[in-house]
Structures are given as C-alpha cells and as structure tokens.
Design a protein around this ligand. Structure first.
Ligand code: NDP
Length: 277
C-alpha cells in the first residue's frame, strides 16, 4: 500500500473506502458492514462518508464497522453546504460524531460550495479543530478559482485535501487542479474512481485487464493511484469487489499500458469546468 502524508502530518493509505448509498436500506446493512471491515483488513483504512449519505445512515454503518478498531482507521466525513455556517457546522459535526460513535473526526470536508461565506465555514472548522472535534479539514468539489478564494480566507496550510471527481472517463483535473493543488501540498481525493462502475465495461480497459489477469476495477484504480498526492475512495458493498479494489494497491502500470489508456481515454487538451456528481 502506498501512503500519502497530509499537510497536518497524518499518514493515510492512498486507497480508501467510499460509503455513498450505504445505510439507506436496513436489509443491506450487515453486508455493508462486512464489506467495510474486509476493506479495513485489506489495508484500506481510510473511510469516506458524509452526513448526506443515507441522511446519516452511512455514518451509522461506518460507526458499527469500526467499533472496537477506531485507532486503525482514518475517518473522513462531510458537512452539507447549508449546514456549514459558524454554528451550523459545529452542530453538524457533533451529530456526525454521535452517529459514528467516535470523539474526533480525522478529516472534515465541506461537501460542495454553497451560499454561506467561506470565511464563516473556515472559522467553524478552525474552532472544531481547536476543540479537538476534528484533526484536519478540507473541501470537496472546489475548482481552481474556489481554491484561490479559499486561500484568501484560510490560515496557511490549513486545508489539507480537496475531494473531486476523477477517473479514466473524467480527466479534466489533470489540466490545472491536480498540478496546482499538488504544488501546494494539498491532497486530491478521487471520488467515483470507477466512474460509479460504468467505465468497467469499456472494451479497451477490459481487454487490458484480462491480459494482465486482473479485474478491470483493479486496473482503473491502479491508474488513478499513479499520482503521488492522490487518494482513491472506491465504494464496494460486494466482498469480491472489495478484494479486486484492494489489489490495486500493489499495481504499477508500465509506459505502454499508460499510453494505451491515454489513447482510449484522452487526457484534457485545455481547461474545462470541474465535473461533479
Ligand atoms: P465508484 O466509482 O466507487 O463506484 C461504485 C460502484 O462500482 C458500485 O456500484 C460498486 O458496486 C461498483 N464496484 C465497486 N468495486 C467494483 C469492482 N471491483 N468491480 C465491479 N464493480 C465495482 O462510485 P462512488 O460514486 O460510490 O464513489 C466512491 C465514493 O466517493 C463514494 O462512495 C463517496 O464516499 C465518495 N463520493 C464523493 C462525492 C463528493 O461530492 N464529494 C461524490 C460521489 C462520491 P457494489 O457496491 O455493488 O460492490
């Protein structure tokens, strides 16, 4: 497993676990918990969740999955933009902590930009940090202009990560956001790194993976992880999927494979608006 050291000194695995759509149905709960626990056992010890997912349900699933092993995991959650006010973010964080059954979040992100001034959200995040409720904070779905605006209101070095859409079929961030955030030491967390499962039926990807004797998902994630400052957070509720994803931690793609993937999934030739889900 490759590790990424965040600006606050935390060392996190480059491959973690997503939780969107978890905690929405009672009947799926035990399978979701088992999938997260297998992922942790296989070294994917960073778990990404949000108050939005299942309206708190995903955080409860994570809470159950990590019970008794809190110290082995790095827990990331996100605040809704409409809750990201000076007092609202503090209250939202406390609700998340209760659902997760932990005392401190390792990383707390603003899910996307809303109408509350960034300075107010930053103030709330800094208060949560000073009070020991979160260890670090970051943002999500911020484009380069948003990052510049943030840098004007945030203490130097305070924002440690920007979580954005990144997979073979969506490479726009390679043009500007990825190099710019990398130069500032801000980690990029790649969400939907499997294109929500849709890119896995691509014939080129499938053929290349078959050639290697690996799953298409393993190859797609190995490709995302070729950057030093990128963390991928695939979501998988099926155990076989978790195993295939974990295998990407040991994968290195050669120049010919990278070239073939560039041909099938061309890199950006100009700046494009940040894509988001
Ligand atoms: P992913 O790209 O991770 O794809 C998830 C889908 O792919 C699921 O249907 C899953 O099926 C399937 N899958 C997973 N592994 C495999 C495999 N090895 N082989 C075949 N299929 C597989 O999409 P997500 O949108 O879930 O993104 C990942 C995480 O990123 C989210 O869960 C969330 O934590 C975060 N996120 C953040 C956003 C933001 O705005 N900040 C937006 C979107 C996502 P199954 O579950 O049945 O195993």
């Amino acid at each position: 497993m490759r590790f990424v050291t965040l600006r606050n000194g935390a060392r996190v695995p480059a491959l973690g676990l997503g939780t969107w759509v978890m905690g929405e149905r009672r009947g799926s709960r035990s399978a979701e918990i088992k999938a997260l626990q297998l992922g942790i056992d296989l070294g994917m010890t960073l778990i990404d969740t949000a108050e939005m997912y299942g309206e708190g349900g995903a955080e409860e699933v994570v809470g159950e999955a990590i019970a008794g092993r809190r110290d082995t995991v790095f827990v990331v959650s996100k605040v809704y933009p409409h809750n990201a006010s000076r007092d609202g973010a503090v209250a939202a964080c406390e609700r998340s902590l209760r659902r997760l059954r932990i005392d401190t979040l390792d990383l707390y992100l603003l899910h996307w930009r809303g109408s509350i001034p960034l300075a107010e959200t930053v103030e709330a995040f800094e208060k949560l940090k000073a009070d020991g409720k979160i260890r670090a904070w970051g943002v999500s779905n911020f484009d380069p202009a948003d990052m510049t605006e943030l840098s004007m209101v945030a203490p130097e070095g305070a924002c440690v990560a920007n979580q954005v859409l990144y997979h073979l079929g969506s490479r726009g961030i390679e043009w500007d956001l990825l190099p710019e955030t990398g130069a500032q030491g801000i980690a990029v967390m790649a969400y939907s790194p499997l294109g929500q499962g849709r890119i896995l039926s691509d014939p080129v990807l499938k053929a290349m993976a078959a050639n290697r004797g690996i799953a298409a998902a393993t190859l797609a994630l190995g490709w995302v992880l070729r950057h030093d400052n990128v963390i991928a957070i695939p979501k998988a509720a099926k155990l076989d999927h978790v195993r295939a994803n974990a295998a990407a931690a040991d994968l290195t793609l050669d120049a010919a494979e990278l070239a073939a993937l560039d041909e099938a999934f061309p890199p950006p030739g100009r700046a494009t608006p940040l894509e988001m889900i």
